[in-house]
Design a protein around this ligand. Structure first.
Ligand code: AP5
Length: 216
């Protein structure tokens, strides 16, 4: 099964994709994570993306569609994929159709995380991750069991994203409203959009997604 998780910044796409990956053996393809890895590695893609990401603006369509196609080729045909943060524009949606059909795949569902945007700034500005193993945390909603120590790897090397400040989050929201939300009707017309309330607890949202995908 190939699915898209769609929702504004902080809606919980990464959180829920991680759970589907852990519990159902699907593979999360997050363009945000791939771009951050490219920035860290100082690749050509990373150099193109860094300033745009820091400003909360979208990276050019051909750059992200290129990395998605490459990743799918590495994965092979057997694993179901969760597209997290892709597509984000009408051009990316058209590219995804081509990328999938040329590999004999098809999109099964689009999960739209329906959220209250006002609550998202708090979610995003409270987010941090372990710089060693990548586990995600939140100042309020997902604290470490022991103060300052990662529950998974036991190290104390936490990081916050440079684009997780309030001003940049507002730009990211505008990009979502102006360029990403308008692609929903494309999938609505195909009858594959499943709306899920993204404002419950992480487990409640997970349960609702599993029910929508008939995984539970
Ligand atoms: P990207 O990394 O995709 O960021 P985003 O879409 O802004 O989404 P986030 O990662 O901020 O949020 P999320 O929905 O994954 O929420 P999360 O689960 O972490 O993109 C970053 C940048 O890269 C873009 O601005 C752009 O520049 C570029 N880019 C990426 N893809 C691109 C593309 N396709 N085209 C062009 N440019 C692209 O949750 C957030 C926090 O809330 C966490 O701390 C979590 O613990 C907490 N939380 C989650 N769920 C809940 C819950 N139910 N209750 C309470 N807390 C919760």
């Amino acid at each position: 099964m190939d699915i898209i998780l769609l929702g504004p910044p902080g809606a919980g796409k990464g959180t829920q994709a991680g759970r589907l990956e852990d519990e159902h053996g699907m593979v999360q393809l997050s363009t945000g994570d791939m771009l951050r890895a490219a920035v860290k590695a100082g690749t050509e893609v990373g150099l193109k993306a860094k300033a745009l990401m820091d400003a909360g603006e979208l990276v050019p369509d051909e750059v992200v569609s290129g990395i998605i196609g490459d990743r799918l080729d590495e994965l092979g045909p057997d694993k179901g994929v969760i597209f997290d943060g892709y597509p984000r524009t009408a051009a990316q949606a058209a590219s995804l159709d081509e990328i999938l059909s040329s590999r004999g795949r098809k999109l099964d569902h689009v999960i739209e995380l329906v959220v209250d945007e006002d609550a998202l700034v708090e979610r995003i500005t409270g987010r941090f991750t372990c710089g060693n193993c990548g586990e995600g945390y939140h100042d309020i909603y997902k604290q470490t069991a022991k103060d300052g120590i990662c529950d998974i790897c036991g190290l104390s090397d936490f990081k916050r994203r440079p684009d997780d400040n309030e001003e940049t989050v507002r730009t990211r929201m505008q990009e979502y409203r102006g360029k990403t939300a308008p692609i929903l009707p494309i999938y609505d017309e195909r009858g594959i959009v499943r709306k899920v309330d993204g404002m419950g607890s992480m487990s409640e949202v997970n349960d609702a997604i599993e029910a929508a995908l008939k995984l539970s």
